[in-house]
Write a protein that binds this ligand. Sequence first.
Ligand code: AMP
Ligand code: ZN
Length: 501
Amino acid sequence: MALRFYNTMTRKKETFRPLRKGVVTIYNCGPTVYSYAHIGNFRAYVFADILRRYLEYRGFRVRQVMNITDIGHMTMDEEADGKGEDKIEMMARKEKKDPWQVARFYEKAFYEDSAKLNLSKAMVYPTATDHIKEMIRIVEKLVKKGYAYEVNGSVFYSVDSFKDYGKLSGNPIENLKIGARLEVNPDKKKPYDFALWIKDPKHMMQWDSPWGKGYPGWHIECSAMSMKYLGETVDIHTGGEDNIFPHHECEIAQSEGANGKKFVRYWMHTRHLLVNGEKMSKSKGNFFTLRDLLKKGHDPKSIRYLLLSGHYRIRLNFTENGLGSAAETLKRLEELVSNLRGTHKGKPNPEVKKLVEKVRKDFETAMDDDLNISLALGKVFDFVREMNKLVSGSGGISKQDAKLALETIIGFDKVLGLGLDKIKAAVGEKIRIKDSVFTIHWQGVKSRTEVERLIKKRDVHRKGKEWKEADKIRDNLNDMGYILEDTETGIRVKGTGAKKA
Ligand code: AMP
Ligand code: ZN
């Protein structure tokens, strides 16, 4: 099946074909570096990472750019009108630092957090403040072409001049008129026109421009940086759903106005991470940063797993319980990898090849369908279940079969990024029970005393060649929710959590 993505622009799933064969250009709207990114923001970036990794898995070469917003993003930017205070400057006042220090501090923190979440590095992370010249050049072009006008040292985009304004968000200009609830800047010709360049002597960060000193609006940075690094048309542009309007709508007006060319071929937006049904956001105060969660002892891999495990076009409600379940689920995957890495001496089993072929096909079919990761993971866990049965079954599995299964899972992990390639073989623990020493691989076993007693008892029967009795103890353990397996390196005891009444 062909690879298909849902395009916000056409509101349909479309077959994905990049502009240049074999190469995909992606622009991700990145963080505004005025504080630590919260895990809602990271849902958008984990999605961007999965998208990139899956394209690479599919054999494309990916050129990914993620911008760093360090100027011009206002506290009231949910309106096209962009009012309020510059977020970076707001934090600078609060932290009594200069805005540059604030930006560089949180930019660094963002890279650290991204590394903890195992996000692949973008080709470049351009900052807005390093691209003022490029932005000015586009604004000049827009003025020249009649899309923008200057008043008292500020430049605004004339929304009426761009007939396609509203095509992405479905917000027609009539709605904007009603929506422009903010007090209208008297310099603007129409209340819904948005700022490209702003004159404000009180603003801390200022640059020279053909219109005098000022600073750029938020939207123009993405048009400028996308064009500079990826050309006038990019294959994929991502962001959270709140970026659709006004940010991406304005980017289209700017880029297509300036270049007269299609700006983006596929628009992909991540639905929000919610807390109690509401968007996780800085302004609501209902957020967790990655650092908050790590301090509480959560594992970054579980956080990554939680953020990637729901389909990106379905909102995901965050709870710490949910994070606990994500950790458990991930552990199942890690355990199978660990077991497969152990020594195996079973007979070759043609079933393994069949299972591998099936899960590869199912994984790819699900991911090809607009990155349906929840379905893809469901298929992976069907495979985990089947493999566990074979590994713990009486016949065990052969070295070759274990290798094949392992390669398959590690192959999926190129997309999932859960660090499964670093999971080692289960290491046995040497313990003395009465007068004998056993090597035991414990897996998910909480209370060990009773299990140890039965292992010892079984050992006595085995030594006395009382096989029936020994097997009965294994069955008893099974009923208690433990799977016992004799491996070359010791006894593997696995808690299944499924206790028989
Ligand atoms: P900002 O740092 O505010 O510019 O936001 C950075 C990115 O995070 C943008 O792409 C937003 O759309 C996205 N975002 C913000 N809040 C959430 C959320 N609760 N869930 C998912 N994405 C979000
Ligand atoms: Zn952007």
